[in-house]
Design a protein around this ligand. Sequence first.
Ligand SMILES: [Zn+2]
Length: 168
Amino acid sequence: MKKTNWMFLTHILIYTLTLILFPGCTEKEATMKQQFPVQKSDAEWKKKLTPEQYRVLRQAGTERPFSGIYTDNEKPGVYRCAACGAELFRSESKFHSGCGWPSFDSAAKTGTVILRPDNSLGMTRTEVLCANCGGHLGHLFDDGPTATGMRYCINSESLKFEKKDPAE
Ligand SMILES: [Zn+2]
């Protein structure tokens, strides 16, 4: 009788622990495998992008500072995602940060980019991703010189500039 009670209690304990632990695991997994509207296989992205675009956008690489074609671009227009074409940033929010990458103080619209904690390379940073395809764009820092206080440090390889905003 005593043994049966112990077994019963153990089962209850395991069941409760599973309930507590399991939702935590699935939530973490869901964040890792976030679903984006644009879904392509690795092979499809490789075919669509240049090797350098693939390295930055799909493998969270970083282009060499001052090497990107848009770092000093001052023309009016919109910056689209080089992978999926979604509008990400506008020339009005671009500024010269001196960091060697195109810098913006805000995204084109709310929800065009998503932010994710990035603890790689022994640093605590905020990764910026395209909300439409999940492509890696760059990082966000809160030391911007404008009113927003934000500095979106974005790789030129992740962007495709379109002169003048067609919506305006
Ligand atoms: Zn995209």
